[in-house]
Design a protein around this ligand. Structure first.
Ligand SMILES: [Cu+2]
Length: 242
């Protein structure tokens, strides 16, 4: 309630009105579903026989992770992220909560993940057997970390943005994961339902990229206002044989 005097109250109201249009809310969302268009290829399961300690962690062969589809060919493990349009000069603090990668059943869980520059990356070894974590970035510093049975946990950070480089295990050649490092929080990895959600966007026009380890990238331009929710779906196909 304004009780200081009519003139002052009017001045306050005018200033507030003048400022109002400049107030923007980073409250828009882009969401969608990623699907595979075509006949799903028959992929061989992961061959873990080379290490019986891995094979015996599974009651049936672990399916290939190269292309993971859900109902109606929805695609898992697609990294969807903003590649253009983040407001210039705006910075986003990295969460203190770590992104966690586990080595479980001689597989990386999750298979694809995103992280912010400087955010802790916690690596677990639930298997209790020797793994060797070998990160292969091109912009960040790589690392090659033996994780014997006794090492249950390790932690690293990445200091530069770099979308989607592989992490491999030198002991088990079928083990592969991918990580994207971002200077902003506008990324989302699809689950088996193919869905992604990128939230808290400022008003603007964004280039959104969807990346899959085998099927490449797709991009789309999406414009959002102050509090919009826009849907942008992506569809991947098998590349034509060369
Ligand atoms: Cu391994």
């Amino acid at each position: 309630m304004c009780v200081t005097g009519k003139r002052l109250c009017l001045a306050v109201a005018l200033v507030a009105a003048a400022l109002w249009p400049r107030v923007t809310f980073a409250a828009s969302t882009v969401t969608g579903t990623v699907t595979f268009d075509g006949k799903a290829p028959a992929l061989k399961p992961l061959a873990m026989d080379a290490d019986p300690a891995c094979a015996k962690k599974h009651t049936s062969p672990a399916p290939s992770e190269m292309l993971v589809l859900g109902n109606a060919n929805s695609m898992a493990n697609v990294m969807v992220y903003v590649t253009k349009g983040v407001p210039a000069g705006k910075t986003y603090p990295a969460p203190k909560t770590p992104v966690v990668l586990d080595q479980k059943g001689c597989q990386y869980v999750p298979h694809v993940m995103g992280i912010m520059v400087g955010q802790p990356y916690k690596i677990l070894n639930s298997d209790g057997i020797l793994h060797n974590l070998h990160a292969l970035p091109k912009i960040n510093s790589g690392f090659n970390k033996p994780m014997p049975a006794t090492v249950k946990e390790s932690s690293v950070t990445f200091d530069k943005a770099e979308a989607n480089f592989p992490i491999k295990c030198d002991v088990h050649p079928w083990m592969q994961a991918y990580i994207g490092v971002f200077t902003h929080p506008f990324f989302s990895v699809t689950s088996t339902d193919g869905k992604f959600t990128i939230s808290n966007l400022d008003p603007g026009t964004y280039e959104i990229t969807a990346w899959h380890e085998r099927l490449g990238t797709q991009t789309a331009s999406v414009t959002v206002g102050a509090t919009d929710t826009k849907t942008q779906n992506f569809k991947f196909t098998m590349p034509a044989p060369k």
